[in-house]
Design a protein. Structure first.
Length: 163
């Protein structure tokens, strides 16, 4: 997956990112996954706000960002993790991913999609409710077998240090 380097996102996806995906897969990127920090910066970026100033007074929505960036969907990387000193850190930092992700119903191994989450058939499997005397509570054991895999790295583009 190529990296864009430390350049600013400047409220639009770098042209080389879109072209790199198209040239390697024959498909245009349709999904943008910004970190929460990048999403917040895009929503207040002067170019984005100027683009929508005559159409709405409302806050910039994810759908509006998707339209502006010419992608079908935006999925925000909101994940965080805790440090030993009780502070939290964004997993995604200041990065974003642009990718082609096969639409629902068209996903198969021959389509150059960025990634898939494989799940065993019949999973998640939920066992019957049972009383647990140790916890004095009803419990349900759940078994889930899944694996997220980057299967088409050429269908994705990492934008590092977007803000």
């Amino acid at each position: 997956m190529p990296a864009h380097g430390r350049a600013q996102l400047a409220a639009q996806i770098p042209y080389p990112a879109k072209e790199a995906i198209r040239k390697r897969t024959g498909r245009r990127p349709n999904t943008f996954v910004p970190s929460a920090t990048v999403r917040a910066a895009l929503k207040v970026h002067p170019k984005v706000r100027d683009h929508f100033k005559y159409t709405t007074a409302a806050a910039i929505s994810d759908a509006m960002l998707a339209e502006y960036l010419d992608v079908e969907q935006i999925a925000v990387g909101d994940a965080i993790y805790d440090l030993d000193d009780d502070t939290t850190v964004d997993v995604w930092g200041n990065d974003a991913v642009l990718a082609f992700v096969a639409p629902e119903g068209q996903r198969n191994m021959r389509l150059p999609s960025y990634g898939y989450t494989y799940r065993l058939s019949g999973h998640p499997f939920v066992e019957a409710v049972a009383w647990d005397n140790d916890t004095r509570s009803w419990t349900n054991n759940v078994i889930d077998e899944q694996a997220p895999e980057i299967v088409g790295a050429d269908a994705g583009y990492l934008i590092q240090g977007a803000v």
